[in-house]
Ligand binder design. Sequence first.
Ligand SMILES: [Fe+2]
Length: 318
Amino acid sequence: MAEPATATEHYNVPNALDPAFAPIRELGLEPYIAELEHYGYTIIPPELVAPPDFVARMRDAVLRVARERTGVEHALDRNGDVGVYETYPVQADRYLLYYMLFEDEVFEEWLENPVLAAVIDYILRGQAHLSSLISFVKWRDGNASPGDPATFLHSDAQGSPEGVLPATHSLVCNAALCLTDYTLEDGCIAMVPGSHRLCRVPGPGEGEGRAVPVEGPTGSLVAWLGNTWHGAFPKLTDGLRLNVTSYFCHPALKTQERYKEAVPPEMLARRSARFRRLMGVDDPMGWKEHGPDGELFIKLAARQTVKDEDTLRANSRR
Ligand SMILES: [Fe+2]
């Protein structure tokens, strides 16, 4: 009698699995996807994500942009100051640096990172558009004490007017690359494990008692589903906590930041077909009296990424 086939043997059977799972398998990310599915978030260790010199380049770029926008020199071992940067929101211990993609080539390279790509394409099934690329700059909260709860718990997904969230799939997802060590004392991200299964947004203060610190060394990648309740613990130490948060959405949703019209052709030329899809430049919506661009519309219907011009032409003749 034949031995039963194993899932491992089925891996190479054509069409036997979601193609978005293949890169997960090839990069050894299955344990992190299991955590993501079960708890609603995962922490991928630095050695799997990117070399230390890449993380250092990104951190240097963030510190440079912070200085340019605020007029204030930023250093990891000092608390921050928003200076002259007109932005929203600005809180006593933090502010956000928006629209980082066009500030330095290191951010383009980050979007091409294989681990980030595999996780995001798994969650959004290869359809993601980049919604925003933001650095959170955070320093000591002078009013906080050890044991204070996590604050600002929320879901990144937008609920119905009643706060109901999708139960079967994510329409958005998020991933924060830690540019400094993330510890409870240093004000790390807080997650409410399993909260993604509730399929609703939290009420005021709800979940604070169940939020856990998401700790990891510099270079860790924290990824979470759109439904997952999260926030942050107050920073109790001097110096900066930095990250770059890469937020993605289904193509049916509006992006937070403006990429489709703003991405330079030379940037698209030096990047992958996947990068082009992340920028949403082939989104056919927004047509006028002549209707949609047929080639782009066919591509959208087929849920295919444009690999090259030949692929696009071939699709349009079907
Ligand atoms: Fe969030």
